[in-house]
Design a protein around this ligand. Structure first.
Ligand code: AP5
Length: 211
């Protein structure tokens, strides 16, 4: 199975990619998580990516494509979360997949009104150890501030400020929305209504990928 999750910030890509990855037992590759790890570890990539991420801008294509290329060469099945985000990244992904002799099964586009996404992002909590995603109201942990999965500390992402969220939406509209058309033309796109509960959407997605 080779799947891509698309959607605006806060649409629930990460949440659904984690649920599906666990259900079907294949790796979730999140470019946001990979980049945050690189920043945390202060690697060369992390130092280059940091200022873009803090502003809510996209990290340059060549950096992100390099990260994904390395990961994909180690996997035969995967769920991509947050990549591709530009048409150039989508073209690069096609090239990498062609070199590996495989293709995408589906691109799942989670659709959500922007106001709902902002509310979700302002209440998001993320595990500092395993990257599990929570929400203070919609998906709270059993114990405040502690991850249900691994016991790690939960934190609020530094790009979930009002200013960075607003900028991420502008970037999404200008640079990522054309990717939807790219996959529509290639008959890979499946739209999913993201304005429902986490469980309802997960059930829908599981059905979609099993047909
Ligand atoms: P990234 O980490 O990918 O951030 P994003 O795209 O802004 O998406 P989010 O992680 O904010 O949202 P999500 O859709 O995953 O929602 P989630 O499941 O967490 O990227 C961060 C940065 O890294 C970028 O700004 C950029 O700088 C850089 N970057 C990453 N990839 C890049 C690339 N390819 N190219 C260039 N730069 C790149 O859910 C959000 C909240 O809502 C959570 O609290 C969750 O519990 C809750 N929730 C989820 N679903 C529901 C539901 N159905 N009902 C109620 N609440 C829900």
């Amino acid at each position: 199975m080779r799947i891509v999750f698309l959607g605006p910030p806060g649409s629930g890509k990460g949440t659904q990619a984690q649920i599906l990855a666990q259900k079907v037992g294949i790796p979730q590759i999140s470019t946001g998580d990979l980049l945050r790890e690189a920043v945390e570890q202060n690697t060369l990539v992390g130092r280059k990516a940091k200022e873009y991420m803090e502003k809510g801008a996209l990290v340059p294509d060549e950096i992100v494509v390099g990260l994904v290329r390395d990961k994909l060469s180690q996997e035969t099945a995967f769920i991509l979360d947050g990549f591709p985000r530009t048409v150039q990244q989508a073209e690069s992904l096609d090239e990498v997949l062609q070199q590996l002799g495989v293709s995408l099964d589906a691109v799942i586009n989670i659709e959500i009104p922007l106001e709902a996404a902002v509310e979700r992002l302002s209440g998001r909590l993320t595990c500092s150890e395993c990257n599990s995603i929570y929400h203070v109201k919609y998906n709270p942990p059993a114990q405040k501030g502690v991850c249900d999965t691994c016991g790690g500390d939960l934190y609020q992402r530094s790009d979930d400020t009002e200013k960075a969220i607003t900028h991420r939406f502008d970037v999404y509209k200008k640079q990522t929305q054309p990717v939807i058309q790219y996959y529509k033309e290639r008959k890979k796109l499946v739209n999913v209504d993201g304005n429902r509960t986490i469980e309802e959407i997960a059930t829908d997605i599981e059905e979609l990928v099993s047909t």
